[in-house]
Design a protein around this ligand. Structure first.
Ligand SMILES: C[S@@+](CC[C@H](N)C(=O)[O-])C[C@H]1O[C@@H](n2cnc3c(N)ncnc32)[C@H](O)[C@@H]1O
Length: 381
């Protein structure tokens, strides 16, 4: 084991291995438990569900927004829709089906590119998307395992992710004795245990200074170095278009506020939440809320202009969600699922949408019509 060879590792490295180690990482296999058939990790039979698993409405409304972006881009011969971290492939399936049913010209110009780190999930997505028909899929669908393999300036269109950034490894820090320490992980007596390291690496110091991270005594929180690298890649590969990032998270002031004593790190196992990363390693999901201010500012530094920031509920309402379900039975499962997405003290406000643009003149996005936050909420630090 890496710890036996080199001593304690950073929490970020621990999270990276727990989620993405080949072949034991959480996202690298199906969920297999004694006496139960293997199941997907994401969804009702797994550990957590996501908005696309709940309802096709996120995909259907986003198609409307993407068609408006296509107008702004002047209907390029190839419009790339890049989805990063596509899980079971449910969003992709619903998005492509909706394109087919409402705009056949766009459907034939669409190149749907998936960036998916997990080979197991890539196969899961391919199986789901084969239902669309191999003829279309062979020409219009593609997969890559990492953004590093995507050429600079190669994308004209939209870069989209839902619940990707919260699944990127985070460094954790704690203020102890009025000094910031990095939380590291050791292995003793058959268990993973935490240890504190007061010698912070230059990368961590740089992040803390750039994003003005200040914690109060005994407070623990997260630093999102992997998310920063991810954002830089997105800025690099986009030539012209829009980045839409959906996830749960906060703006800077809210993220590091002093009453958030234990940070935002959480684990999910069979739809139950825990704060213990050292049990069920490789069998439970691990996640931290997104610092949207940091994402927006790294984007700006790397050529992505901030368009706006809002809650998922406002985003869906701005895109006319009510119209889409007006004629449906209000007691149907679809409408009940939608109310979960809109719930003011649930997913509707916990989830946020960050929109950025590159190589395009400013233009209004319908999804940002009703803004819960003004742009300065995300850009102030
Ligand atoms: C929490 S799941 C969300 C899945 C899906 N977007 C949804 O909403 O159901 C995170 C997804 O991101 C993938 N992932 C994590 N890190 C990645 C990376 N660096 N590049 C590409 N995919 C990644 C995981 O394998 C998984 O498919």
């Amino acid at each position: 084991m890496e710890i036996d060879l080199n001593g304690p590792i950073s929490f970020a490295r621990f999270m990276e291995l727990a989620l993405y180690d080949v072949p034991h990482g959480y996202y690298m296999t199906k969920k297999v438990e004694p006496d139960l058939p293997p199941s997907d990790r994401i969804g009702w039979g797994g550990d957590f569900y996501t908005a696309p698993e709940l309802s096709p409405i996120l995909a259907k409304t986003l198609v409307r927004q993407v068609l408006a972006i296509d107008d702004q881009l002047g209907h390029p011969a190839q419009f790339t829709f890049m989805e990063i971290g596509a899980g079971n492939g449910t969003f992709a399936f619903d998005f492509i089906q909706e394109c087919r049913s409402i705009d056949s010209d766009f459907y034939h110009r669409l190149s749907y590119q998936i960036i998916e780190r997990s080979p197991h999930l890539q196969s899961r997505q391919a199986a789901k998307l084969s239902e669309i028909g191999e003829g279309w899929g062979n020409k219009h669908l593609s997969w890559k395992s990492s953004l590093e393999n995507v050429e600079t300036d190669s994308v004209t269109g939209v870069v989209f992710s839902n619940e990707l950034v919260d699944a990127l490894p985070v460094h954790r820090v704690r203020m102890a004795d009025h000094r910031l320490h990095e939380i590291c992980v050791a292995y003793k007596g058959g268990h993973f245990v935490e240890c504190l390291n007061h010698r912070l690496s230059p990368n961590l110091i740089d992040y803390i200074e750039t994003h003005k991270v200040a914690l109060s005594e005994a407070q623990t929180s997260e630093l999102h170095l992997a998310a920063e690298i991810w954002m830089r890649h997105v800025a690099r590969l986009l030539r012209r278009g829009v980045v839409v990032t959906i996830d749960y998270g906060h703006t800077h002031g809210d993220y590091y506020r002093s009453d958030r004593k234990d940070g935002t790190f959480l684990c999910y196992y069979r739809h139950a939440i825990s704060t213990d990363p050292y049990s069920r390693v490789g069998e439970q999901d691990m996640t931290a809320h997104v610092n949207f201010s940091a994402l927006a500012s790294v984007g700006t530094t790397n050529g992505l202009d901030l368009i706006g920031f809002t809650t998922m509920a406002n985003w869906l309402i701005g895109l006319g969600v009510e119209e889409l379900v007006r004629d449906q039975d209000q007691e149907s499962e679809d409408v009940k699922a939608l109310t979960k997405l809109l719930r003011p003290h649930g997913m509707g406000t916990t989830f946020k949408v960050l929109a950025q643009r590159k190589g395009m003149e400013p233009f209004p996005l319908q999804g940002l019509r009703y803004r819960a936050f003004f742009d300065d909420a995300v850009s102030s630090q």
